[in-house]
Design a protein. Structure first.
Length: 222
């Protein structure tokens, strides 16, 4: 029985490097190809993580050795390349947020179903043993009945209005970058507390702050 999944990485940024680093120690995954539109960054990436290089994303998806792709492009490109990966028959792990809006997410899901491929949004906390134990405690009622979930996620970054974290055109701001974690975890815990896989909020209030001092903050309450 096959035990190793052959990966292709789309993009060569910092998060792509973390994923490639993890594959080095993986018993079930192997990095075989990397795609980038910039020759300089591609060369530097391959020097640290040897693999077959593709100068275009199309070339990566056409690579017959690639079985699954990790999409780590800027947020606005997620939907397009997830759909194209599905049509190419590649399984998909897409960095969060999956897309910029609900309509794009529905299109990606439809493409994955039509292509018969696995699709997952890369919320790493969902696969962490600590999260699994937390869900067990909630499910068992060990901490009592779950009545309220209030989630806050923030960090500080240097102010750069044209950078990925702050430019709205690139999906910047507190909601998509860190707020998605708050929503995801809240739905997960609320669902488990009600005996389901996840919960759909009846009413929700969310807000995000990204000020000139560089704070990225998002809070979600439901």
């Amino acid at each position: 029985m096959k035990s190793t999944l052959r990966w292709g990485i789309m993009g060569t940024g910092a998060i792509a490097r973390k994923f490639a680093s993890g594959l080095k120690d993986s018993r079930t995954g192997q990095l075989v190809a990397v795609g980038s539109r910039a020759d300089e960054t591609l060369g530097a990436f391959l020097a640290d993580y040897p693999a077959r290089g593709h100068a275009t994303y199309e070339g990566l998806l056409a690579d017959p050795e690639v079985e699954a792709v990790y999409i780590s492009t800027p947020h606005p490109m997620h939907a397009e390349w997830a759909i194209r990966a599905a049509r190419a028959g590649k399984h998909i792990l897409c960095e969060k947020p999956l897309t910029m809006n609900a309509a794009e997410a529905e299109a990606v899901i439809e493409a994955a179903r039509a292509g018969g491929v696995f699709l997952m949004e890369a919320f790493m906390y969902r696969c962490h043993p600590q999260t699994q134990r937390l869900l067990e405690l909630v499910r068992e009622g060990s901490i009592g009945r779950l009545r309220l979930v209030q989630a806050v996620f923030s960090f500080r970054s240097a102010w750069n209005p044209k950078g990925r974290l702050f430019d709205p055109a690139l999906g910047g701001g507190g909601i998509l970058d860190v707020g998605c974690y708050c929503v995801s975890m809240s739905r997960l815990l609320a669902g488990v507390g009600a005996g389901a896989a996840f919960a759909e909020p009846i009413e929700g209030r969310g807000w995000g702050i990204s000020g000139r001092r560089g704070w990225m903050n998002s809070q979600w309450r439901c």
